[in-house]
Write a protein that binds this ligand. Structure first.
Ligand code: NAP
Length: 316
């Protein structure tokens, strides 16, 4: 194995993986990728989890971070799409596990993405990692995803399943979708607006993955959320305040969201208030962006500088 520790990121070309690559390289890791894209290189390997294909050279890594999965919010949830969402996550873990069992050396850790969708629609209940599984498609998907990740423990590989919340980033992801209508004075809370959104700044999400790689205490399920979950109304209002835009429209009714998005509206309508206590108290993780205003100021401010939008410090 190479002297420079190698982290293999599966599905590393997306929102989280792109930033994670930069952070890991800046910390001195060699980063390799497993991708369905056929462009290959010394650090980029091809796989096709659906077809059970994986270039085994990719497995020469000290740590594996598996972020792969068909986008949950990319297309309406037809039966075919639902199968794709589940299979892409389970198949990717299965093929990695199968090929690793054929190897002589294993990585030290397997860090799998999971999601707070595991908990389902839970009102204002504060959800720790021990909370029961919720109902619905997202909950079922995450249960199967986590079960697929559990296989790696049979090889005595330290396994961490990060139940990731709504990742806020400068471009791409949920914040862009939430802030765009606000910029165009068409922002409004969704449904009742009372549903909790457990968010995390992309930097903290990536730093959490690095902590899971580096700190051997990290094991099992860990919630990947910031300490301050807020309701959808509060999130919308704070974005508007930060962008110095008024919110003039009434809430978007639930039936309209269901009409437009079908079952996929669960993503924005389910209330999930998730605790970060395990990461923070048990493992000593320190958030760089623990409160929403600091996260929004950081992420919307740069956009402001680039795009000439107005933003304030949220103090007025
Ligand atoms: N972003 C969030 O707010 C959030 C919240 C909760 C959970 N998560 C989970 O965290 C993981 C990473 O999130 P992300 O936002 O970085 O996701 P992303 O931007 O959608 O990237 C996921 C990557 O998965 C690979 N992929 C896509 N479809 C696939 C398929 N059918 N089979 C195998 N691989 C496929 C793609 O890589 P290639 O094209 O290179 O193969 C893609 O770059 C995902 O599993 C996501 O569900 C994200």
């Amino acid at each position: 194995m190479a002297k420079q520790p190698t982290v293999l990121i599966c599905g590393g070309s997306g929102l989280i993986g792109t930033r994670l690559q930069e952070i890991l390289r800046s910390k001195g890791y060699r980063v390799t990728l497993l991708s369905r894209s056929k462009t290959q290189g010394s650090d980029r390997f091809y796989w096709d989890p659906a077809q059970g294909f994986l270039n085994i050279d990719a497995l020469n890594a000290n740590h594996i971070v598996n972020l792969a999965g068909a986008g949950v919010a990319d297309k309406k949830w037809s039966a075919k799409r639902k199968a794709e969402i589940i299979d892409s996550r389970v198949d990717s873990a299965d093929i990695l596990y199968k090929k690793l069992t054929e190897q002589k050396s294993y990585p030290q850790s397997y860090i799998s993405a999971s999601a707070i969708g595991y908990y389902g629609d839970r009102g204002d209940e504060m959800l720790t990692e021990d909370a029961r599984r919720g109902d619905g498609f997202l909950a079922e998907t995450t249960e199967r995803w986590e079960r697929a990740a559990d296989q790696f423990q049979k090889l005595k590989i330290r396994t961490v399943k990060l139940r990731i919340g709504v990742v806020l980033a400068q471009s791409g992801g949920a914040l862009e979708k939430l802030s765009m209508p606000v910029r165009w004075m068409a922002g409004a809370p969704l449904g009742s607006g009372k549903q909790y959104m457990s968010w995390i700044h992309i930097e903290d999400m990536c730093r959490m993955i690095v902590a899971a790689i580096e700190n051997k205490k990290w094991t099992g399920v860990v919630n990947g959320v910031a300490p301050e979950p807020v309701t959808n109304r509060e999130m919308t209002e704070r974005i508007a305040k930060m962008l110095d835009k008024p919110l003039i429209l009434p809430n978007v009714p639930e039936f309209a969201l269901r009409l437009a998005m079908g079952e996929m509206a669960d993503i924005v309508l389910e209330s999930t208030r998730v605790s970060c206590e395990k990461a923070q108290n048990d493992y000593g993780f320190k958030f760089s962006y623990g409160d929403l205003d600091s996260a929004l100021r950081d992420l919307l401010r740069d956009k402001n500088e680039d795009g000439g939008e107005s933003a304030n410090d949220g103090a007025s």
